[in-house]
Design a protein around this ligand. Structure first.
Ligand code: GLA
Length: 707
């Protein structure tokens, strides 16, 4: 008896062919089809090919190795020397709201597999997950369990993914679809500076704004694998899951292992449409559960303003200058705790440094709140310096490898988060800070990779480290639900959908150079919505690169994200101070429009890049020029999302980073600045919006409202 189970979203559908035995056959993941489908069954219907098994084995949701499936399997497992190749003999598929729940059992291999595919119609994102249970009476060693294995059609052309390092996160790469296979693996123990474990696959003809795009991101903050394999049948498979070290996961009889969810989406509207789907899904899964977040307050973060060099008087004065320019949340970064005179000592001892803060942090926090700002604090709970009281008391709490030297990075070691006593200790320390100080915000850092990460028996603890960190964060969030969290790992080393359910902001990069930042932020926005994107105005020259940029450009680049400062406003000259104050006022006026609705990112002729936020009838558009123009005149910027809006008024709201003050604009742009110019939406979509001549390193901000 064959039947079909389907899930339908706005623009996409997922169809499984279900038989009584064997995992469900993948029939479709892609464009929306009618609900009344009854395609001819695939099983036993399509005949055999030469040099094939006589039993047809179409692609299922859970193909195993060893019984005729020659492409990459969904599962690799063993019992001692015995290979466990699965061939499920019982399959049930049930609906649970918008989800399909697949239950598979293999009575020979004695494993059970539960798969869940939930298609959220609001986002068109499928959340796919898998849990394996050892039903045998001997331990099961797991080598690989995909969170999901998805089909990609044979006319896919390009894979768009990201690489990166500290200070250069989310570097975009575009490659042809592989003839054999494509892999991105991470064994650093945390997400890594390449950004979320995810990718975009563009079908033939797809672009940023049109055409079929498949995309995924794994909701996980640790080691991972993304893999695409070309099947000699002519299609590709896409898998993602946790990278497991040998021996890392041993399931005792009755035990189970849950793979983290994979968020997978299909869009008809190009890779930007897939990003919009991710934004909706991340918002719905995040701490505000799909509601608009409270206005994202302007930050001042103390790090690049003074690094470790602080004390109560100096920081108090910085806070006064921050409040005076319009800052709403003051974040005291690294350097506040006992012994922390540099990055060689102190991590783990989460009590205020009596030399810098003789009265503790209460006086400073009171000063900050009396100035009308929220008070935020930096912590790095998973870490310990060997030169710390915590390490001296509990050297065995640090991850290492028996018989091997300890490997420090930034002079620090990593605490074993899988141990309950470690988590209890950290909870008590952080809880004490949150209970005694008016802290509304924690910047939660993680400044190194894991190496080595073994327990006393020599078993790898990478996976357990992530679940332990999640457990600690969840406990703190439950005890202090009003406190917001920022995920940071040497800038953007822990940006992913797993931690995004628990945190309210990401620190995108330690590189505050605004030119570098344009590309980093565009990569970030491929996966995450703009209100989560920490975006700071830093000093000039930029500490990470040494390049100089105007205050207008630095502020213009930070504008679309969660805006903040990471400099001392007292060090600016009067003109820059005034320009920064204006930028803060503008951000406050525009943040609701920037952080609700959708985001479109595009490229126009001659090096212009643009970012539009809102909805087609009410958009803020930021057009950025990084390098000098090659052409005599800027060419219009086409805005495809406006095609159906009958008439709009375009206003030039700001033009920052220019050598002049914008008073000598050509007449059309003076009109757009002073009152606005009328355009038909289809004109803006087909021909484009005229933009003024722009210097290198400048940003023009337009407001486009339906007339
Ligand atoms: C990391 C972060 C920075 C800062 C420092 C403090 O590098 O990314 O923003 O918090 O740690 O040590």
């Amino acid at each position: 008896m064959i039947r079909y189970e389907a899930l339908h979203g706005r623009d996409c559908s997922l169809v499984l062919e279900v038989r009584g035995t064997g995992a469900p056959i993948w029939r479709h993941w892609g464009g929306r089809i009618a609900d009344s489908l009854a395609p001819p069954p695939l099983a036993d219907g399509r005949g055999s090919t030469s040099f094939s098994l006589d039993t047809d084995l179409p692609l299922t949701t859970a193909p195993g190795f060893g019984h005729g499936w020659f492409d990459r399997p969904f599962l690799l497992a063993s019992r001692g020397a015995q290979h466990v190749g699965v061939e499920f003999d019982c399959c049930t598929v049930e609906r649970d709201g918008d989800a399909l729940v697949v239950r598979l059992t293999d009575t020979v291999a004695r494993v059970a597999l539960d798969q869940r595919f939930e298609l959220d119609p609001a986002s068109d994102v499928v959340e796919a997950s898998a849990t394996i249970t050892n039903c045998g009476d001997t331990p099961l060693d797991l080598g690989w369990l995909a969170s999901a294995l998805l089909p990609l059609p044979g006319d896919c052309r390009w894979v768009r993914s990201f690489t990166g390092r500290h200070n250069a996160e989310l570097v975009e790469t575009v490659e042809p679809m592989p003839a054999h296979g494509w892999r991105r693996e991470n064994r650093r123990g945390l997400t890594g500076h390449a950004g979320p474990p995810g990718l975009f696959v563009l079908r033939d003809g797809a672009t940023a704004h049109a055409g079929d795009v498949f995309a995924c991101q794994l909701a996980w903050s640790g080691n991972h694998v993304l893999a695409m394999d070309h099947s000699d049948e002519g299609y590709w498979t896409l898998q993602a899951g946790v990278w497991l070290a040998p021996g890392e996961i041993r399931l005792e009889p009755g035990a189970h292992f849950a793979a983290p969810p994979l968020l997978a989406t299909f869009a008809r509207t190009g890779s930007n449409g897939a990003s919009q789907n991710f934004h909706t899904a991340i918002r719905r899964r995040g701490p505000w559960a799909g509601s608009p977040p409270p206005p994202r307050p302007v930050h001042l973060n103390s790090w690049e303003a003074c690094y470790f060099d602080h004390d109560e008087a100096r920081i108090g004065a910085l806070a006064e200058r921050a409040a005076a320019i319009g800052v709403e949340r003051f974040v005291l970064d690294d350097g506040w705790f006992a012994g922390r005179s540099d990055d060689r000592r102190g991590l783990g001892d989460w009590t205020p440094d009596p030399a810098k803060y003789p009265q503790g942090l209460a006086a400073l926090a009171g000063h900050v709140t009396a100035l009308g700002m929220e008070f935020g604090l930096w912590v790095e709970p998973e870490m310990v310096n060997p030169d710390s009281d915590l390490y001296r008391a509990h050297p065995d709490w640090a991850l290492g490898a028996a018989g091997r030297p300890l490997r420090t990075a930034r002079h620090q070691l990593v605490l074993d988060m899988s141990r309950a006593e470690v988590r209890d200790h950290l909870f008590a320390r952080i809880d004490a800070l949150l209970a005694t100080l008016p802290i509304t915000y924690l910047k939660w850092d993680h400044n190194r990779d894991l190496a080595p990460a073994e327990d006393a028996e020599g078993r790898a603890r990478y996976h357990a480290q992530v679940t332990g960190s999640y457990a600690l964060i969840d406990r703190i969030r439950a005890a202090h639900p009003a406190v917001e969290l920022e995920a940071c790992a040497g800038g953007g080393g822990r940006i992913d959908a797993g931690i995004a359910t628990r945190t309210h902001r990401f620190w995108t990069s330690d590189n505050l150079d605004a030119v570098s930042r344009v590309a980093i932020q565009r990569g970030f926005l491929a996966f995450m919505p703009p209100e989560l994107m920490g975006a700071h105005v830093g000093a000039s020259p930029a500490h990470a690169t040494g390049r100089r940029q105007s205050i207008g450009f630095r502020a213009g680049v930070a504008l679309p994200g969660h805006f903040g400062l990471e400099l001392d406003p007292g060090k600016l000259d009067a003109a820059d101070h005034a320009a920064l104050a204006t930028a803060i006022t503008r951000y406050k006026a525009w943040r609701a429009r920037l952080h609700s609705g959708r985001v479109w990112q595009g490229e126009a002729a001659d090096g212009l890049v643009w970012h539009a936020a809102g909805e087609p009838g009410d958009l803020l558009l930021l057009v950025t020029r990084i390098a000098p123009a090659s052409n005599r005149r800027p060419q219009p910027v086409r805005l495809p999302m406006l095609a159906d809006v009958p008439a709009l008024t375009a206003r030039l709201e700001a033009l920052v980073g220019m050598r002049h003050d914008g008073t000598d604009l050509p007449p059309l742009f003076a009109q757009m600045r002073d009152g606005g110019a009328a355009f038909a939406g289809d004109w803006l979509a087909a021909v484009g919006l005229p933009v003024p001549p722009m210097h290198a390193e400048s940003v023009a901000v337009f407001s486009l409202r339906a007339a």
